[in-house]
Design a protein around this ligand. Sequence first.
Ligand code: FAD
Ligand code: DLZ
Ligand code: SF4
Length: 510
Amino acid sequence: MANLILILGDQLSHHLSALEGADPATDRIVMAEVHDEASYTNHHKKKLVLVFSAMRHFARELTGKGWQVAYYRYDPDSPHKDLLSVVQEQVLSLSPDKLVITECGEWRLDNQIRKWFDALGVPVEIRPDSRFIAGKAVFARWAEGRKQLRMEFFYREMRRKTGLLMTPGDEPEGGHWNYDADNRRKWKGQPPAPAPFRVEPDDITREVITLVDGHFRDHFGTTDDFHFAVTADRAREALDHFIDFALPCFGDYQDAMADQEDWLFHAILSPYLNCGLLDPMEVCEAAERAWYAGQAPLNAVEGFIRQIIGWREFVRGIYWLKMPEYASENRLDNDRSLPWFYWSGETGMHCLHRTIDSTRRNGYAHHIQRLMVTGNFALLAGIKPEDICDWYLAVYADAYDWVELPNTLGMVMHADGGYLGSKPYAASGKYIHRMSDYCGQCRYNVNHTSEEDACPFNALYWHFLDRHKDDFSRNPRMVMMYRNWQRQDPDHRNATLERANWLLDHLDEL
Ligand code: FAD
Ligand code: DLZ
Ligand code: SF4
């Protein structure tokens, strides 16, 4: 009796369900760096380094624990371009009773794997991914029969299920479920933001950097200054670093943006959570301990835990509930192509330039930059969901379809009709000005709307409202915005729309 166990590049956890009950004496693990997984999108170079290096370190740990591991390193001349071809070779050499795998995170690959039985001639056992708090069936049951799916209500269920920040009487600690209203401060340089956690590349990582620079030259971003953790031990140190130095201010400055600070008080843990080096519950429990020990305030700890057991689980639930049709939703009928500056960073709009520049350098931008700068602009400009989703999937070290797609297509583009928010997150330059210091460095004037030097976000914001009045003017949360628009002098409104039309015709020149 022998089983073959396939572990994917985002399943680097020793307690993976595929390993449960396995026997190191007889079973064999297979892991493979293959062309098709490395190339289904234009992955950021730092993501490729992270995934390949973490895979190699994980395989070494498994071997150290006595497992037999068949590991395939990336080779551009390899006949094995995809995972099926690797698994076929292993099935021929081992003649296993079955292939065991933990369900895959993305619909694209999951759909392929579910058809492997015919090609392999051995059964394929697909086990649930126990690293998530709400299984797919649990989410589907929660969603069934509900008119509206709201993250807040799902989140409360997850709080009850996990017991995180709950009193012994099953009430939320502090008396409220959500402290978001306390989390909207602008950051003016004080308190100083901590330096991000850094790991210097070891021999394995340096070898992978050379490989990525050699074979993935055309991919977005740079490998320069790669400092992510590539093992679970180091990722846990990154978690400790966040808890000690950033969590206390995480809540207050969660929505802030700063010209000279790429990371602010964010966790920078999503690349590790998403490839399996960190477990969501261990991360939340560490934050919860910090609150009980008086090391971090409740608005910070609740806000952080909500992102993980609330938003992260919720977007995964929506993804699996709605795929594959979800990926082609375009309820606002957008048809404009993504401007080239999303790839080059070359634009006079300073907020966009800085966000894209840190994305290129780091494979990272924090949530408000993704939502209110690059995302907001794409929404206001009516970019095709497909184009902007491809961009987000490519440019971040934490990007995987199951989490990127609902955030982009749903939360940012409102292309699904509103599962991720009851109204679009459309905002003018005023919002960016209020939450950042970008506008002071910009060639556009945030206080102007229709003039030649006016901030493009302003006219585009009114144009967005005007062109979608049939979609949103009756939305109770947007009535006020429409009232403000209607109240403006008709000549001013015309000048605004004229400016917006000019901007839409010249996006690549902004
Ligand atoms: P923090 O701000 O410190 O938050 C802590 C943790 O909460 C994160 O590590 C993450 O695991 C989780 N989290 C927070 N917000 C979300 C969210 N909206 N959805 C899911 N998890 C969340 N996150 C990804 O992990 N991968 C993606 O591909 C991705 N694409 C995004 C695309 C867009 C357009 C937007 C608006 C958001 C996207 N996010 C994505 C969510 C969020 O921006 C990132 O999780 C976050 O910026 C990661 O940085 P951090 O670890 O410093 O997060
Ligand atoms: C993201 C990624 C990359 C870049 N390369 C590989 C790879 O070569 N081999 C592999 O097993 N997994 C890789 N991954 C992660 C997979 O693409 C991931 O498992 C799917 O996206 C499903 O979530
Ligand atoms: Fe961005 Fe407008 Fe401010 Fe310039 S003025 S930084 S384009 S919000």
